[in-house]
Structures are given as structure tokens and as C-alpha cells.
Design a protein around this ligand. Structure first.
Ligand code: TYM
Length: 361
């Protein structure tokens, strides 16, 4: 049993099954040929889509749209789709709209005030800016600062989404607050933003993890009746937590690596991570480990080792028993720390550039 919704991910995710359940398409070899080369595509970390082929074949202007719900600190999992957005922006020169849903996280979290989520939105924006997006082509916006633009689009969406659809798609019930029920229309709005601003049909492509698809299913259903083009999307798998199966989540800090963790915290978390190692060193030398179920290996695979031959090397040495978990963890900790040391420097520098990125719509 597993569950994937925008607000809850649990169990061992069967990504093939999710394709059927959500009704998305798999990225085929043929489609891959039309995309720029990236290890996340080659490895099918980005593995599913809606209408990606159409948006590529149309050769018309489109923009990228993605987002973040500012409920806490940023972990490595969040960076995964953002690094991919950055890659696409660089490859295609595409404009990017980045939604910070301070309203969403206020509505869905008992413990967070609107002041908290707004503060976190600005804090999280530092991580986004630090990745190196082009300020000329990137607009990061907070929902509550831009309701004059978002609300007229959102109510058009809301008028076409019934409570029974919201219940079926998101699992709401009668005890759900009405703000949460309405919220999906706010996440739909940026998908129609440029069509609204330019008064003509402008498509968007949404690169994010597959947990957000339920929102965009709703968005696509209402698009054409409202006179907007359907948004396309490309979805990645979820970076697992350090404890194994479930996705990395801010709600269990020991199982996630945050961008603001110091070197010692990173080392400690990785050293305590779940691995595919055998019970004893002797056994592992004899029979090898199992990278397929190993959290440490997944960090190399998803993010920290873009070189295919090197990741294959780690895989094979683990399988053969020549690479033991201690060495493999220490190597990963070093890689993560060298990435994060640089990232934190850029994050501090980003404080001087907030206004170049966080803009009014
Ligand atoms: P949020 O803040 O939960 O997540 C931000 C982005 O990170 C992705 N993500 C992950 N990717 C890989 N591995 C993980 N373990 C992992 N955990 C989260 C999410 O899919 C997301 O892309 N409601 C949204 C905010 C939002 C949004 C959007 C997201 C508004 N508009 C448009 C994507 C596209 C949210 O709370 O994301």
C-alpha cells in the first residue's frame, strides 16, 4: 500500500502503478530524443508527463511554471525539480514563473501563521535564487502579495470545480476548512497567467515531482472550457528519505538533509542512513549489498553523481561486495558537504538579489 497526494506521501511508491492511477504518460525513448540531454531524463528520474510531446512539437512560445509551499526549510528533494527547471531555462531560454504558496501552507498547517509562511517564503526564495536562475527570465511571486492578478483567474477555475471533484481528487471531507477546498484554484491560476496577461493562448510546462499532479489534473479539466490552453507537465520521482522508502520530508528532520544543515549534521544523518548492506562485513564481502533498496545509493543516483559511468561503478562495486557501506557513506557525505558549502555561500549572496527575483505579477 502506498499513497501519493500533494499533502501526503507514504509507503513504497510503485511509480508504474502511479502512471495508471493518475493517467499520465510515460516518457518514451522517442520523446527523449526530442529533449535536451540530462541525467535525470536518461535515468528516468523525470519519467512521466502530460502533453510534453505536444508542447515540443508545436514549436510555439511557452513558459515554465513551478512552485514551493513554504512550510519549513528546503531539503535536497525540493532541489531536484528546481535544478531541472534551471536546466530547461538554460537550454531553451524559457521564462519561469515560480509560485510561493504562503496561503496554502497557512491553510493546511494548524501551527503556521500567515506571518510564518510569508517569512518562510522569503527564506525559501534564497535557496531558489542560489541555484542560479536568470533574473531577467524568472519571476518568483508570493500568493498573498499578488491576489489582484491571481484571484480573477482563480475564481474562474473555482466556479468549474465542484466540492465532489475536490473530495474525490484530494480526499477532503466535511471537516476540511473551506480555504483548503478552494486552494487548488490558486495553484491552477499561474498555469493560465500568460494567456491572461498577453490576451492570447500561451501554454506552460510544469516541471515538478509527481505528487503535484492531482492539482494539474483539475487545471487541465477546466482549461479549455475557460478558453485557456491545457498546461503540459513533466514529473519526477520523489527522492527517498534517508530512512528508506518514503519521500524525504521536512516533517521528519533526521531523515532529510536540509540546505542549512552544517557539515557535522550532514555527516551524522548520512552515517545513520538506511542502506542495502548485509548484516555483517563478512557477509557483505561475500554476497555484496543491494543498491536497489539503499537510501545512500539513491542520493548518488538522483542528485549527487550525474556521471553515468561513476554511478554504475558505485552500483557494481556495492553488488560485488568490494564497496562497503561505511566507505560509500563517507564518500557521499563529502559530496553533499561540498555541494552544500557552495550552496550556502550563494544563498547568503542571494539576500542582496531578492528584489531582482521576487516580483509583483
Ligand atoms: P512543496 O513545497 O511540497 O514541494 C516543492 C517542490 O518539490 C517537489 N518535491 C520533491 N521532489 C523530489 N523529491 C522529494 N522528496 C520532493 N518533495 C517535494 C514537489 O513536487 C514540488 O515540485 N503545492 C506545492 C507548491 C506549488 C507547486 C506549483 C509545485 C505551487 N505551484 C507548481 C509544483 C508546481 C507544494 O507545496 O510544493
Amino acid at each position: 500500500m502506498f499513497k501519493v497526494t500533494p499533502w501526503e506521501v507514504s509507503g513504497k511508491i510503485d511509480y508504474q502503478k502511479l502512471i495508471e492511477e493518475f493517467g499520465v504518460s510515460e516518457i518514451t525513448d522517442e520523446l527523449l530524443q526530442k529533449l535536451p540531454d540530462h541525467f535525470m531524463l536518461r535515468r528516468r528520474i523525470f519519467y512521466a508527463h502530460r502533453d510534453l510531446d505536444k508542447i515540443i512539437d508545436a514549436r510555439e512560445k511557452f513558459y515554465l511554471y513551478t512552485g514551493r509551499g513554504p512550510s519549513g526549510k528546503i531539503h535536497i528533494g525540493h532541489l531536484l525539480p528546481w535544478v531541472f527547471n534551471l536546466f530547461l531555462q538554460k537550454e531553451w531560454g524559457t521564462e519561469l514563473y515560480f509560485q510561493l504558496t504562503d496561503d496554502e501552507k497557512f491553510l493546511f498547517n494548524e501551527d503556521l501563521s500567515l506571518e510564518d509562511t510569508k517569512r518562510l517564503a522569503y527564506d525559501n526564495a534564497l535557496d531558489i535564487i542560489a541555484l542560479g536562475f536568470d533574473p531577467e527570465k524568472t519571476t518568483i511571486f508570493l500568493d498573498t502579495d499578488n491576489m489582484n492578478v491571481l484571484y480573477p483567474i482563480a475564481i474562474k477555475v473555482a466556479k468549474r470545480v465542484t466540492f465532489s471533484t475536490a473530495k474525490a481528487v484530494f480526499g477532503f471531507d466535511s471537516s476540511t476548512n473551506i480555504g483548503s477546498i478552494f486552494y487548488t484554484s490558486i495553484q491552477s491560476a499561474p498555469a493560465f497567467l500568460l494567456s491572461e496577461i498577453e490576451k492570447k493562448s500561451v501554454r506552460c510546462l510544469i516541471p515538478c515531482a509527481i505528487d503535484q499532479d492531482p492539482h494539474f489534473r483539475v487545471t487541465r479539466d477546466v482549461a479549455e472550457p475557460l478558453g485557456y490552453p491545457k498546461p503540459a507537465s513533466i514529473y519526477c520521482k520523489l527522492l527517498p528519505s534517508l530512512t528508506g522508502n518514503e519521500k524525504m520530508s521536512s516533517s521528519s528532520p533526521e531523515s532529510s538533509i536540509f540546505t542549512t544543515d552544517d557539515e557535522e549534521q550532514v555527516r551524522k544523518k548520512i552515517m545513520n542512513a538506511f542502506t542495502g548492506g548485509a548484516a555483517t562485513v563478512k557477509e557483505q564481502r561475500l554476497h555484496g549489498g543491494n543498491p536497489e533498496v539503499c537510501a545512500v545509493y539513491s542520493y548518488y543516483y538522483f542528485f549527487f553523481e550525474p556521471d553515468d559511468s561513476k554511478v554504475r561503478g558505485i552500483h557494481d562495486r556495492c553488488r560485488s561486495g568490494s564497496l562497503l557501506c561505511g566507505e560509500c557513506k563517507a564518500m557521499l557525505a563529502e559530496k553533499v558537504n561540498s555541494f552544500l558549502t557552495e550552496h550556502r555561500k550563494k544563498r547568503e549572496k542571494a539576500r542582496d538579489h531578492i528584489d531582482d527575483f521576487v516580483k509583483k505579477l
